[in-house]
Design a protein around this ligand. Structure first.
Ligand code: SF4
Length: 526
C-alpha cells in the first residue's frame, strides 16, 4: 500500500507526491516562529502557501496545527484510516541539517519515542531522497568526486552548470554545442544602471504581475497579529499586500509574466540598481521555487521554449537559466557537500555583532547613506532585494565592518522571503563574507563607493561622496574599502587577485587617518 506523504512547507508542488491522489499530511508548527525573529512577510508566505496547498488537496490532505511537528504528526495519525496508519508516512528528505536529523530521529522509531507518544501515535516513517532539483545529490557527489581526483580542477560553478545543461539538454544545438556558440553570456549582462530613467522608461518593462490576496491570506494576517499580540512571537518588517506566488498556479502566472515582459531586459540590467525601481526586470521566482511549488527544470525549459519561439534575447535567457539551474542548484548541492561545519567558518576573524539599526530593519531617518538606506527600506517593506544590493550593499557593508558572518547568515535567512539555511550558507559565508578561505570565490567581494556609483543611481542623491575616503562627506563604502584592505593586508597581499589593493593602500598618504576615521564610525548608522 502507498505511504502517506508528509509535506514540509517547502515541498508544496505536485512533484512531491508520487501520484496526484496520494494522501498527504501537512503540519503547521507554531513553535517554529517562536524560536527566532523572522520578517513578517516570510511568515505570511510560508503559512499562506501551506494553507493554500492544503485547500487545493482538500480531503486528500490532513492539515494540522500543533506546537511541534511531533505533536502535529500524532494528531494527524488520528485522522488516518487503519490501513493508512499501517502503510505509514514517507517524506522527501528535507532541506536543512536540523530537519534531516529530526526526520531521521523519527524514522528510527526509538523505543522511548514510541512510549512518549503512545505507540499508536507515532507512525513508521520512510525518508526518501530530496526532490525538486535538476540533479540528485548522488549525481552531484559523483561529479564533485571526479573533480577531486589529482590533476582535476577545483569545483567550479561554471563546470557544474555546463554538466546540468548537457544532462537536461538545455539551450543546446542539435550537436550538443551551446546555443549561439557560447556557454556563458555574462559579459553581455553587466550593463550599469541606465541614467535616464526606470526600466519602464528605458526598456518598457511594466510593473510586475502581483497575486491577488484571498480569504486564506486574510486569515493568515489575523493569525500573525494574534501570535505577535498574545504569544510573544516577534516579527520584523512590514506585511503589505502579498507580492509572491504561494500556489503553483500563481507561480506559473508569474513565470509567464516574466517571460513575456521582463526576460528580454533581465540579463542586460541584472547587476544594476535603481533607487526608483526596486524590481527592475527580476523574476520573483525565488520564493515559489524555494517553496517547492514549481520544478526548476520546468521553469528553465519554459524559458528556453519562449526564447526559441519568440527570439527573446539569448544572453538574458542564458543568464536566467544560469541563475536557476546553475547558481541556485550549485549552492544547494554545496550546502551538503561542504558539510554542516562550513556555516561556522570565519577565516577573516570577523566577530562584530550586527547593530540594531541593521538587524531590525528599522533605521528610518537614521541611515543617511542613500544606497544602504534604500536597500534596508526595501528589505523592511518587501523582505526582498535583488542579488546585487544583497551582495554589494548589505554584504559589502558588513564585510568592511567585520560583522560576524554567522550573524549575517542568520539575518539573511530570516529577513528575506526566500531565505533558507541551504541558500544562505554558500551565498553569505562564502560569496558575501569570504569567511570560507576562498572555497566559493577566489577573492573577497569588497568594493568602494565608485563601484556602487557605476552600477546604480544612488550616489547622486547621497550626502556622501563616493570619491572621498576622508572627511565629513567621505563615503562609508570607500572608507570601509581601505579599512578592510588595511585590516586584512597580510591575506590580500598574498593573493595575486587582491595584491594591487594593498599596493594602493601603501601609496595613500592618508591611510592611517582613513583607518582611524572608519574605526570611529564603527557600527554607527552611516
Ligand atoms: Fe552609497 Fe557611498 Fe554612494 Fe552614498 S556615496 S550612495 S554611501 S556608495
Amino acid at each position: 500500500p502507498q505511504t502517506v506523504r508528509w509535506l514540509f512547507a517547502d515541498q508544496l508542488g505536485p512533484h512531491f507526491l508520487d501520484d496526484p491522489h496520494q494522501r498527504a499530511v501537512l503540519v503547521e508548527s507554531t513553535r517554529v516562529f517562536a524560536r527566532r525573529t523572522v520578517h513578517r512577510r516570510k511568515a505570511h508566505l510560508v503559512l499562506s502557501a501551506m494553507r493554500h496547498r492544503a485547500a487545493e488537496l482538500g480531503e486528500q490532505a490532513v492539515h494540522v496545527r500543533a506546537a511541534t511537528y511531533r505533536q502535529g504528526l500524532a494528531q494527524a495519525a488520528e485522522q488516518l484510516t487503519d490501513e493508512e496508519r499501517a502503510a505509514g508516512l514517507s517524506v522527501s528528505d528535507p532541506t536543512s541539517y536540523a530537519a534531516r536529523r529530526f526526520v531521521r530521529s523519527l524514522s528510527g522509531r526509538h523505543d522511548d519515542d514510541v512510549e512518549r507518544a503512545g505507540s499508536s501515535d507515532l507512525l513508521p516513517l520512510r525518508v526518501l531522497p530530496a526532490r525538486g532539483w535538476a540533479v540528485t545529490q548522488g549525481e552531484f557527489a559523483h561529479w564533485a568526486g571526479r573533480r577531486g581526483e589529482p590533476g582535476q580542477k577545483r569545483l567550479l560553478m561554471e563546470d557544474f552548470y555546463r554538466e546540468v545543461r548537457r544532462y537536461h539538454h538545455l539551450l543546446l544545438e542539435g550537436d550538443g554545442e551551446p546555443l549561439g556558440g557560447q556557454w556563458n553570456y555574462d559579459h553581455d549582462n553587466r550593463e550599469p544602471a541606465p541614467r535616464t530613467g526606470t526600466l519602464r522608461e528605458v526598456a518598457g518593462v511594466p510593473e510586475p504581475w502581483w497575486p491577488r490576496e484571498d480569504d486564506v491570506d486574510a486569515q493568515v494576517r489575523e493569525d500573525l497579529d494574534r501570535m505577535a499580540r498574545d504569544e510573544g512571537v516577534r516579527f520584523v518588517g512590514e506585511d503589505g499586500p502579498r507580492r509572491f506566488a504561494v500556489t503553483q498556479r500563481e507561480a506559473l502566472h508569474v513565470l509567464r509574466d516574466f517571460l513575456e515582459h521582463r526576460l528580454e531586459a533581465f540579463g542586460t540590467y541584472e547587476d544594476a540598481m535603481l533607487a526608483d525601481d526596486r524590481w527592475m526586470a527580476h523574476s520573483f521566482l525565488s520564493v515559489p521555487l524555494n517553496l517547492g511549488l514549481v520544478h526548476p527544470v520546468e521553469v528553465v525549459q519554459r524559458a528556453e521554449a519562449h526564447h526559441r519561439e519568440h527570439g527573446t534575447r539569448l544572453a538574458s535567457t542564458e543568464g536566467f537559466v544560469r541563475q536557476v539551474v546553475g547558481w541556485r542548484e550549485y549552492v544547494w548541492h554545496l550546502y551538503w557537500h561542504l558539510g554542516e561545519d562550513y556555516g561556522q567558518r570565519n577565516e577573516l576573524g570577523a566577530t562584530e555583532p550586527l547593530p540594531e539599526w541593521f538587524a531590525d530593519l528599522d533605521a528610518r531617518g537614521e541611515v543617511r547613506a542613500a544606497c544602504l538606506s534604500d536597500v534596508l527600506g526595501t528589505v523592511r517593506e518587501e523582505g526582498w532585494a535583488h542579488h546585487i544590493p544583497r551582495l554589494m550593499v548589505l554584504g559589502g557593508y558588513a564585510l568592511a565592518r567585520g560583522w560576524s558572518p554567522q550573524e549575517m547568515t542568520d539575518w539573511f535567512q530570516t529577513r528575506f522571503v526566500d531565505g533558507y539555511a541551504w541558500v544562505m550558507a554558500a551565498n553569505v559565508v562564502g560569496m558575501s563574507q569570504h569567511a570560507d578561505g576562498g572555497v566559493m570565490a577566489t577573492k573577497p567581494y569588497w568594493s568602494g563607493g565608485a563601484y556602487i556609483d557605476k552600477m546604480s543611481d544612488y550616489c547622486g542623491r547621497c550626502p556622501y561622496d563616493p570619491k572621498k575616503r576622508l572627511g565629513e562627506d567621505a563615503c562609508p563604502f570607500t572608507g570601509g574599502y581601505w579599512a578592510f584592505t588595511a585590516r586584512h593586508e597580510g591575506v590580500l597581499a598574498k593573493n595575486p587577485r587582491t595584491s594591487r589593493a594593498v599596493s594602493g593602500l601603501h601609496r595613500l598618504k592618508d591611510a592611517d587617518a582613513v583607518v582611524a576615521q572608519e574605526a570611529d564610525r564603527g557600527s554607527h548608522a552611516p
